[in-house]
Write a protein of this length. Structure first.
Length: 129
């Protein structure tokens, strides 16, 4: 029975992050295209995110889920879901922080800077000074 629980745990740790990234993939790819400027760069970063999410969840599950003899399988499943969710959360949080720092924040600062710059004054003839 322990071998079945181990394979179930590993399967959940791999499949759940892939489901979450599938949900985000279309919008994330578009955003990465805007930030990176090329399809190859966007694909590279999207694949890195996939690896980060899957391996992060997998490492957390393998390291933290109880596997000693006599542990109830519901305890194992609960632990697997908690640690898999933590891995997904950390991966998405790292991506969101990176996107915020490199794309959103500079765009907001550029908008605020242009809003603070004075408009050119118009002359009576309709031109600018």
């Amino acid at each position: 029975m322990e071998l079945q629980i181990l394979f179930l745990s590993i399967s959940v740790a791999i499949i759940f992050p892939l489901i979450a990234l599938r949900y985000l993939s279309q919008v994330l790819h578009s955003l990465l295209m805007d930030v990176c400027g090329s399809n190859n760069a966007a694909d590279f970063w999207l694949r890195c995110i996939h690896i980060l999410a899957v391996t992060g969840s997998l490492v957390l599950v393998i390291a933290c889920v109880p596997t000693y003899d006599g542990v109830h399988w519901l305890t194992v499943i609960r632990s697997v879901l908690i640690w898999t969710s933590a891995g997904i959360f950390l991966a998405v949080a790292l991506v969101a922080k990176s996107v915020w720092s490199n794309a959103v924040k500079p765009a907001i600062e550029a908008i605020n800077k242009s809003a603070r710059s004075p408009l050119p004054m118009e002359t009576q003839s309709g031109g600018t000074k």
